[in-house]
Design a protein around this ligand. Structure first.
Ligand SMILES: Cc1cc2nc3c(=O)[nH]c(=O)nc-3n(C[C@H](O)[C@H](O)[C@H](O)COP(=O)(O)OP(=O)(O)OC[C@H]3O[C@@H](n4cnc5c(N)ncnc54)[C@H](O)[C@@H]3O)c2cc1C
Length: 458
């Protein structure tokens, strides 16, 4: 029997790959990975083979020589890790810097952002150390003001980031932007944030899988955990063809959280769809029509924002918020709306055709930050999730922190990683009436769209 899921079943077909540009241009690595079969044992079992799970496995095997296995329901990178926009940027939070300072104090907010930088650098280091051909691109994220008043707000934001938090943020005037980045009627200047870069997300997760295996982790693709029980202090994870006994479990499923497997996971996440469209390669004349010169990553200042970048083969990629049913028909309608947005934002490209569209789930939480911790009633279960659409670096970093915490903590019964800033502490609060979650989300996104509309943004 299929478990009850939040969205339409078409979003949980683990045997199907997304029709993405990434899948069409991945590395197709030679892994030893096979579905789990028979009865096996290990010290640490990880559920989920994206950045969180593979980074945890890599660091456990490389730094602590631990007998670790990863069970992934699809192929490695089937989830958000193989289908995201490839933005390696700072964030991981639903609330802005100013609110974080109010809530957590200046020192903890500074520490949080230092770790965000560290996470970006970790992705860069792993790429270099493990020779992962993930096509790095650009050196900044640019936040593009869609109105002159947004430019003024960005200026204040930039001062806080630069002068108080020590982030390398700077402003770009409308004229400079038109000359050095691109020009279009929607741009009114921007703020640039460094260090950030873009990559091919599926190649990165595939490279991480190869590296984890090379360091001694054992990987099992097409091994969905269907049942999770306990015998004494051991966990028993059952798949269709095998049974894995483990002392510790790390849950690394983020937006695809299998809530049916364990009571402690119920209604802890708010998975929201994000959808991407990619054009055919643009010609030099077309690029000149908007004076496009940048390889940096772009986001605009709408409440319901778009993220976009020009890929190495000169295709424009644009992503935005998906809808709340998950059906394939609704996904097609969202894709059409995103294509319409490309035509509105860059009018000289209104006749450009599109080659790819795909979607996936990003993960929000009631804590508004990533949730890293251990289960209160069973501290042999750890978890890391809730990267708020900013998981390339945050999930990689969370995986490493989970590995380190598991192996080096003097307090194995600690449920919160108290050595990290409070933003990351422990299990996020349960969402009340969890079955209604998507209705709350639809109402909230509707409200933010209305705010954009009232602000004159179409
Ligand atoms: C369209 C889109 C665009 C995005 N753009 C960006 C971006 O540009 N930059 C950025 O930083 N972040 C972005 N994100 C977010 C980022 O991709 C995620 O935060 C990150 O990939 C999370 O990694 P993860 O390993 O925790 O989860 P995932 O990569 O989602 O992996 C979870 C895995 O768990 C597996 N699983 C679930 N249930 C079971 C089970 N029962 N048994 C075994 N396995 C199971 C799933 O198959 C899945 O592969 C985007 C996400 C989406 C969807």
């Amino acid at each position: 029997m299929q478990p009850e899921r939040l969205y339409d079943e078409s979003l949980y077909r683990f045997h199907e790959a997304q029709p993405s540009l990434w899948e069409a241009s991945g590395l197709n690595p030679q892994l030893d990975s096979m579905p789990l079969s028979g009865n096996e044992n290990c010290e640490v079992a990880i559920i989920g083979g994206g950045y969180t799970g593979l980074s945890a496995a890599y660091h456990l095997a490389r730094d602590f020589n631990i007998d670790v296995r990863v069970l992934e329901a699809g192929h490695f990178g089937w989830g958000a890790s193989g289908r995201n926009g490839g933005f390696v940027t700072m964030g991981g939070s639903f609330i802005g810097v100013e609110k974080q300072i109010k809530r957590f104090g200046l020192e903890e907010t500074r520490r949080y952002f230092q770790l965000q930088k560290e996470a970006v650098e970790l992705v860069r280091e792993l790429g270099q150390e493990e020779s992962i051909d993930y096509q790095p691109q650009g050196d900044a994220e640019i936040i593009i003001a869609e109105k002159p008043s947004h430019f003024e707000s960005l200026k204040k934001h930039c001062e806080v980031e630069r002068d108080i938090l020590g982030i390398d943020s700077s402003m770009i005037s409308k004229e400079e932007f038109a000359e050095q980045y691109y020009d279009a009627p929607h741009q009114h200047g921007a703020m640039a944030q460094r260090p950030c870069f873009g990559l091919h997300p599926l190649r990165y997760v595939q490279g991480l899988a190869v590296a984890a295996e090379r360091r001694g982790a054992r990987l099992h693709n097409h091994s969905e955990v269907l049942r999770w029980g306990k015998e004494g202090s051991n966990h028993i994870l059952e798949t269709a063809s095998g049974k894995l006994t483990a002392r510790n479990v790390i849950v690394a499923c983020n937006g695809f959280m299998p809530e049916h497997l364990h009571g402690g996971l119920k209604a802890r996440v708010m998975p929201l769809q994000s959808q991407i469209v990619v054009t055919r390669p643009l010609t030099d004349d077309e690029l000149s029509a908007h004076n496009w010169k940048t390889e940096c990553l772009g986001v605009n200042t709408r409440e319901v924002y778009f993220y976009y970048r020009m890929l190495p083969d000169k295709r424009l990629m644009l992503g935005g918020r998906g809808e709340f049913s998950g059906t394939q028909l609704a996904a097609q309608q969202t894709a059409d709306a995103l294509k319409g947005s490309v035509a509105r934002l860059w009018p000289n490209w209104k006749n450009v055709t599109f080659d790819y569209t795909w979607r996936g789930l990003v993960c929000f939480t009631t804590g508004f930050h990533p949730s890293i911790g251990r289960m209160k009633d069973d501290t042999s279960i750890s978890f890391g999730f809730g990267y708020h659409g900013n998981g390339v670096n945050n999930a990689t970093w969370a995986g490493r922190e989970l590995a380190r915490w598991l192996m080096t903590s003097n307090s194995p019964n600690e449920t919160k990683p108290l050595h990290l800033p409070p933003q990351y502490h422990g299990m996020t609060a349960k969402i009340p009436f969890g079955g209604m979650r998507l209705r709350y989300a639809a109402a909230a996104v509707g409200w933010y769209r209305m705010k954009d509309w009232l602000d004159g943004i179409r």
